[in-house]
Design a protein around this ligand. Structure first.
Ligand SMILES: [Zn+2]
Length: 316
């Protein structure tokens, strides 16, 4: 492992709904060390940031460096964030983070500049620079896990929208009379294909299952689990057809825990997309699995840190 710095260490932090992954990389964005830690969903933001800062300090030491060598941090949260103000913008996923100024707090912990982003955007950036969206000008990363999120690529850049909340496909209304969503609206896509919906639809027949149990059982041939996954793929495909009509992307890559079901989910998704999108747009979009697996977010976070460190160098 070589530091070959030139700009010190780059750090990445990516919070999931149930865990946090941190990594340090050299100036060439090669990850030198990383760690994944489980996390309670109801933790407060200070606790989460402190833990991430401590893990980064430990990782810096393992690559014979120190926390003072970290030159920039890419920081991802699984929720809408205000990339300009640096504030976490929703309490639907990690309730302890809403309104917290993450960039100020993390910069104070680690004495390095922080770029805050939504993890779906970071994963899109990771896939764009080092995974399945390489070379794609207009595309989309679809994260299909405990909820559904998307990172949109337009003209070779991740598109964040006016306030950083672009890509919230999980909260597209599917049924305005549908169940109440954790965002407060009714009938969002997430209320049909989020982990709670999938798990509860199997509760009577299969008892309590975790999301990954559903994927594993479906792959092993369990008909009920297969049906739930196929239906979820179909519903997401209908929403993705809307994205295809609006953006006319050349490629959509699908990542997240549900993507591990492979063709079981991609097949119905593709069918629904072909059925619901404009034929010319559907015909030109390639749908394929993402390449970086559960590391897409952290790879994107390192690339985000690298962009920030280059911005800082050019300013000074
Ligand atoms: Zn919602």
């Amino acid at each position: 492992m070589s530091l070959e710095s030139g700009g010190g260490l780059l750090a990445g932090v990516a919070f999931g709904e149930r865990d946090v992954r941190v990594a340090v990389a050299n100036g060439s964005r090669e990850i030198l060390a990383q760690q994944l830690m489980p996390l309670q969903a109801d933790h407060v933001a200070d606790e989460g940031m402190e833990r991430a800062a401590r893990l980064l300090a430990d990782l810096a030491e393992t690559v014979s460096s120190g926390v003072e060598d970290i030159s920039a941090i890419g920081f991802g949260l699984p929720m809408p964030v205000d990339a300009i103000s640096g504030e976490a913008g929703s309490d639907a996923v990690l309730p302890g983070w809403r309104g917290v100024n993450v960039t100020d707090a993390m910069s104070a912990y680690l004495r390095a500049p922080v770029a805050l982003d939504n993890t779906a955007n970071l994963a899109a950036l990771g896939e764009l620079r080092a995974g399945g969206l390489r070379g794609v000008r207009n595309g989309c990363y679809l994260k299909f896990s405990y909820g559904v999120g998307a990172g949109i690529v337009i003209d070779g850049e991740v598109y964040r929208g006016s306030a950083g909340t672009a890509g919230e496909i999980g909260h597209v209304t599917i049924d305005e009379n549908g169940p109440i969503c954790r965002c407060g609206n009714r009938g969002c896509l997430d209320t049909f294909v989020g982990s709670r919906a999938l798990i509860s639809s199997l509760a009577a027949s299969h008892g309590p299952l975790r999301l990954k149990d559903i994927v594993h059982r479906a792959l092993a041939g369990d008909l009920g689990c297969r049906r739930v996954i196929e239906d979820a793929g179909r519903r997401v495909g209908v929403a993705v057809a809307g994205v295809v009509n609006l953006l006319n992307p050349e490629a959509i890559v699908v990542g997240g825990l549900l993507a591990e079901a492979g063709d079981l989910i991609l097949g119905p998704l593709r069918e629904a997309l072909d059925r619901c999108a404009i034929p010319s747009a559907a015909a030109t979009v390639e749908l394929r699995p993402a390449e970086l697996g559960d590391e897409a977010d952290i790879v994107g976070a390192i690339h985000r840190a690298s962009m920030l460190s280059h911005t800082n160098i050019s300013i000074s």
